[in-house]
Write a protein that binds this ligand. Structure first.
Ligand SMILES: NC(=O)c1ccc[n+]([C@@H]2O[C@H](COP(=O)([O-])OP(=O)(O)OC[C@H]3O[C@@H](n4cnc5c(N)ncnc54)[C@H](OP(=O)(O)O)[C@@H]3O)[C@@H](O)[C@H]2O)c1
Length: 291
């Protein structure tokens, strides 16, 4: 019996590991480098050598009977998620996990022109980044259906928290869109996301999708202004959409092309999760205290 296995044991994985360990559960985590092995050991997490980009390294995953948290991102290019494909291919029919909780992204909804978005909205990814995430969801969902293993999918927007603020960008004085052109953006504090993962493992309905957000979207410009205030840095200069097309990176522009407001009722009602940080004011205050 292997109680918890975390595939992609980075920042959120380590927070989830701490929550599980606090409940007396033993935790293993996939590690693809010596550094990662060391980091997991110091946290009391058993490192399992393996790299999702090397299918042959996944033969010995201690997955039978385990609760699996899958937090690894897809590779940086392409439209599919070969890492997820390699993971499910490595799971023998005799050694099935008891449940898989996946972190995906709200990018799979595509642009919603500022509308409120529930989990019933059909995915309509508009960037390859989002297409890869939807591919990962679909591969895992199909595998779960055919092996009768419950799969729970969490769709997650921007993660922030102590040590996870765009400080570098603000120090460089990079511009933001002026408020009237700025899309809505949604956030979740890293600690609340970790709590949502643990709640999904215990209370998530098999096959369900949950938006995980604090429920208080504001514009992306508002976010950068408030973070600047929190860090005691100058607010970034504002530019028009036309100027942004000339000055901002393609990656940043693809985020600015999508606007939606996430409805988090299902998370609160079915997972019983009330965010500890329901808005930026409370979440950024926690970042200040941690400094
Ligand atoms: N940043 C955001 O605002 C945001 C928003 C929505 C969703 N997400 C997603 O949420 C998930 C959790 O986020 P996070 O902050 O915990 O991410 P993170 O700290 O970057 O952790 C991701 C982990 O995945 C591991 N990984 C990557 N490729 C791997 C491979 N080929 N084989 C084995 N392990 C591999 C990484 O290992 P190494 O340490 O060896 O690199 C890392 O430990 C990620 O999928 C992230 O993309 C992020």
């Amino acid at each position: 019996m292997n109680p918890v296995l975390i595939i992609g044991c980075g920042d959120i994985g380590r927070r989830v590991a701490a929550l599980e360990r606090a409940q007396g559960v033993s935790v293993s985590g996939l590690a693809r480098s010596r550094q990662a092995v060391q980091r997991l050991k110091t946290l009391g997490v058993r490192p399992i050598d393996g790299d999702l980009d090397r299918a042959d390294s996944l033969r010995e995953l201690p997955v039978g009977g385990a609760l699996v948290y899958y937090f690894a991102p897809p590779p940086p290019t392409g439209q599919t998620d070969p890492r997820m494909a390699a993971f499910v291919a490595a799971l023998g029919a005799a050694d099935l996990p008891r449940r898989v909780v996946l972190i995906s992204t709200t990018g799979v909804y595509g642009d919603c022109q500022g509308a409120w978005v529930t989990e019933d909205r059909p995915p309509h990814p508009q960037s390859d980044r989002a297409r890869r995430r939807l591919s990962g969801e679909n591969i895992l969902r199909r595998w779960g259906d055919s092996h009768e293993v419950p799969v729970v999918i969490l769709r997650v927007p921007g993660i922030y928290g102590p040590g996870r603020l765009p400080e570098q960008r603000l120090r460089e004085g990079q511009p933001v869109l002026r408020e009237q052109d700025a899309p809505y953006s949604n956030r979740i504090h890293a600690d609340d996301l970790a709590r949502a993962c643990v709640a999904a493992a215990r209370r998530g309905r098999p096959g369900a999708v949950y938006n995980v957000s604090d429920g208080h979207p504001t514009t992306m410009t508002d976010y950068f202004h408030r973070v600047a205030d929190c860090l005691g840095l100058p607010r970034p200069p504002e530019i028009t959409l036309a100027q942004a097309r000339e000055r901002l990176s393609a990656g940043m522009l693809s985020y600015l092309a999508e606007s939606r407001r996430l409805d988090n009722h299902k998370m609160r009602e079915e997972l019983g999760l009330e965010p500890l940080y329901p808005d930026l004011a409370s979440g950024l205050a926690s970042c200040q205290q941690a400094q």
